[in-house]
Structure formats: C-alpha cells, structure tokens
Design a protein. Sequence first.
Length: 96
Amino acid sequence: MVREDPLRIAREKTRVVIFTQHFKIVGDIHLPPGARVTDFLNRFVGETDRSPFFAVTDAAIYSLKTEALLYSPRFLNIHKKEVGILFPLSGEAEAL
C-alpha cells in the first residue's frame, strides 16, 4: 500500500510563457487543482504573497533580442517584479 505524503499539496502543471524585460521563458507553473492562471497571478505574482519569487520547472529561457535558447533549467525561481506578461500555452498558441 502506497501512503500519500500528508505534507504534499496536490498541484496541476500548467505550461506558460513568461516575458521579462530581457527574456522569454517557457515552462511549467504548478497550480492547485481547479485554479486558474489569473488566480495564480493575483496570489503569487501579485502583491498579496510574502515571497518575492515563484517557481517554474522544465523551463527554456530565450533571449528577446536574438530568440536564441540560452538555458534549459529543470527549476528556476522568477522574481515577481520581473514579470511583464504571463499567459498559458494552449495547443493553438504552441504552434505559433
């Protein structure tokens, strides 16, 4: 029998694109089940959370100037104040 960790909170992966002043970042944020990206923005990227950073996993970081892939970290923290635009990727948006 597999026991669930009582300290672990269930999360759903959502693939997003994040634009900062210098980078485009494509990666996964982890939302509570049923949460919307706007809820995430208001809670974690807005001013109501105490932590200045939020986590992104399986990321690809691109230069805005050259569009070159610069890094592919499995995990990174992004400072909330650096986020200019954040939106979820859908099947339609990924093809662009």
